[in-house]
Ligand binder design. Structure first.
Ligand code: C5P
Length: 221
C-alpha cells in the first residue's frame, strides 16, 4: 500500500536518524528536505552570492533565480544519501557549519520555499512509499500524510547530540549557532508545537533505539 510519513522537528531532535530508520523499516524512500535548503545555500555561495550580510532586494532576486535553475540531483535511498550539485558530490559539504550558518538567508525567502516545496511534493508524489523530514512537512508540504510526527527534545540534549556529531566546533559556539538558526527558522514555520493530528515524540529521556521504537509505535497507531 502507498505510504507517506511526515516528520518535523528542530536540529538535534534525532529526526534524520528516526526518518532513515523508518524508511528502512517500511522499505520506503527517504527525503531530507533540509538537504535541499542546504544545497540551495551552497549553490548561491558557489555562484558568488554573499549570504553573510544583510539582504537586499537584488540579492533576493538573484537567489530566487539561482534556486529555480539549480543543477541538483538528490538520491532518495536511506542507505546511500547522495547529493550531486553541478555533477559534484556535496553530500558532506552541505553539513559544514558554514553552510548551516548561511542556510536561513535562503530558506526564509517565501519564493524559495514555494519552489522547493513544489519539488518536494513532486518527489513525494513520485514515490509510492516515502518518509519525508524537515520543518514544515506535517503542516505545509504533506499535511495529508498517512502518519505525521513531531520530534522534540530539550535544548540541552539537542545541543549535546549536535556536539557529538560535529566535534570540530566548541560546544558553546555550536549552541549559539543552533539557537540563532532555530530563531530565524521559527519566524517562518512553527516546528516546536505539534499541529492538530500530529503525534509528538519527545526524545529527551530516550536513547536512539527507544526513540525509533516510540516513533514506530506512533506511526502504527
Ligand atoms: O534539517 P536541517 O538542519 O538540515 O535543515 C537546514 C535548514 O534548512 C534549516 O535550518 C532551515 O533553515 C531549512 N529548512 C526549512 N524547511 C524545511 C527543512 C529545512 O526551512 N522543511
Amino acid at each position: 500500500a502507498p505510504l507517506v510519513i511526515a516528520i518535523d522537528g528542530p536540529s538535534g531532535s534525532g529526526k534524520s536518524t528516526v526518518a532513515k530508520a523508518l524508511a528502512r523499516h517500511f522499505q520506503a524512500r527517504y527525503l531530507d528536505t533540509g538537504a535541499m535548503y542546504r544545497t540551495a545555500a551552497l549553490w548561491c555561495h558557489h555562484q558568488g552570492v554573499d549570504l553573510a550580510t544583510a539582504p537586499s532586494p537584488e540579492r533576493t532576486e538573484r537567489i530566487i533565480e539561482l534556486v529555480q535553475t539549480i543543477p541538483v540531483h538528490q538520491d532518495l535511498d536511506p542507505d546511500a544519501q547522495l547529493i550531486l550539485l553541478d555533477g559534484s558530490d556535496v553530500t558532506e559539504a552541505i553539513r559544514d557549519p558554514n553552510v548551516s550558518s548561511m542556510v536561513s538567508a535562503v530558506s526564509t525567502i517565501p519564493q524559495v520555499r514555494e519552489i522547493l516545496i513544489a519539488r518536494q511534493r513532486q518527489l513525494i508524489a513520485g514515490s509510492p512509499r516515502i518518509v519525508a523530514e524537515g520543518r514544515d512537512i506535517t503542516t505545509v508540504v504533506a499535511p495529508q500524510a498517512d502518519a505525521r510526527l513531531l520530534l522534540t527534545a530539550s535544548e540541552t540534549s539537542r545541543m549535546a547530540r549536535r556536539g557529538l556529531q560535529q566535534q570540530q566546533e566548541s560546544t558553546q559556539a555550536l549552541s549559539a549557532e543552533i539557537t540563532e538558526r532555530d530563531q530565524r527558522d521559527l519566524s517562518v514555520v512553527d516546528f516546536m508545537t505539534p499541529a492538530d493530528g500530529v503525534a509528538l515524540v519527545d526524545s529527551t529521556e530516550l536513547d536512539l533505539d527507544e526513540t525509533i521504537a516510540s516513533a514506530l509505535q506512533a506511526v502504527q497507531t
